[in-house]
Write a protein that binds this ligand. Sequence first.
Ligand code: MN
Length: 573
Amino acid sequence: MSKTAKKPSAESFKPAEPSLLPADSENSELTILLKAYLSQDEIEQVWDAYRFSAKAHEGQIRKSGEPYITHPVAVACILAKLHLDVPTLLAALLHDVVEDTGVPITELTERYGEQVAELVEGLTKLDKIELQTAVQAQAENVRKMLLAMSQDVRVILVKLADRLHNMQTLGVMKPAKQKRISRETLDIYAPIANRLGLNVVYQELEDLSFSYIYPNRYQVIQKAVKTARGNRKEVISKILKSIEGQLAEAEIGAEIEGREKHLYSIYKKMVAKTLKLSQVSDIYGFRVLVQDTPTCYLTLGSLHSLYKPIPGKFKDYIAIPKVNGYQSLHTTLFGPFGTPIEVQIRSTAMHNIAQAGVAAHWLYKTTDAHLTQLQQQTHQWLQRLVEIQTESDDSHEFLEHFKIDLFPDEVYVFTPKGNILALPKGSTAVDFAYAVHTDVGNCCVAVKINHELAPLRSVMRNGDHVEIITSAMAKPNPAWLNYVVTGKARSHLRHYLKTIKVAESAQLGQRMLNIALRALHVEPTDITDKQWTKIMSDYGAKDKSEILADIGLGKRVSLMVAHQLLAIVHEEE
Ligand code: MN
């Protein structure tokens, strides 16, 4: 089978040696990358932005001692490897110009057009807050990033490339700063890269962060993996040969490769399952790339007759893709020496998405239906996050929702109409109800799981058929907060409870105000709208119930409010 497109490999993102060639010369790293997919005309546009940026940054030096312009060029190189379009490359080259050199954004609009200026503006806004350290600032940072991202996913692609290059050159910083930046990368940027399916960027961000946060653990695992790799060469080639032989016999054209886990994923597995290093590194991994989807299943059958599959380990991510668009068949086989062999089987098209995620859209320029769907789903996901962020008024609370939504450990359940819904592991029927629709969540009273009545707190399992029973009279129950896990359900519940609280306090406040007014010999109904409007603007309140709720909550004294209401009349007389 012939390779139709170059795969971005882990090596391809290694930082280049600082080049002495200016980026606008024929043999610079950037130019060589651009020549692979852009016209001469387009390359010259990129060169122009490079010259503009180099001039603006002239005299500025990075902490490493290199001229500042090496940084935007490196960011552009990372994006050129993903074949991103010209506006994105221009934005990458210009991303620090507005903030660090005082070139006004209007000048970029004039020179490079609205689109590029908007991308740069989105990136500039993100950078401003990054300098702060508090959790609050981090949450604010994420909020802004989401807003920028939901408008144009290319903003986040540049941001990720920017972060990747900063991580690659983090060595010159002080250890405390290295740790802080690495922690932020691990918490926010790596999960976003993962969620967007940018596998190569994701793995490198994780491994770099890991190496700064736990330098010793990183080294131990790195060394052990290297040794194991050397020791296993013979076994691996033996397994490889028998797989190749088996597939050749079945006349299946396939490309088979050994698969190495990245170091941080090995570490995570050790921690999560309390395994010894040898138990993790003793697993052999192979990847089989074939022509198309039917061949994936043929290959699976063929391999299951070569080595016995381990029951319960088979996963069909082709029929039910992961949320980031990932598709593959996963199976684990009993190897020739009793060692487990993990095999991933996928088509070339699936492989492209597995490596580059949303960026595959630019990298492969295909009209693959699955890829179009992935773009739409990504857009929907971003919209959903923006929805959550507008509903949570506390930025820390929002960050929690966001983190929950980012880790795609999921279960898949069926709606009554047979649609598949992906929910985070541990989700309950209430989460399901809110995932279907806010109104369904707010009005749910019971649930049928696989056609049998079950409590609303029931945890969803893969393949469950779930039907929510609603009642127009029903209201959300505060106790649900104890067992919902999705950001959406949690933020809707909190929002509802806050509204309820305000309404109850306002009722109490009204009663207290009535008593105060009567004590001053005024009937509450005699207070005019005019008086209310005036007092609202005096207090800076957005409506009457806000003032009443304040009274109910003890933030304002009822008698004072009564006096002020009456004073308004006297003013006018
Ligand atoms: Mn930068």
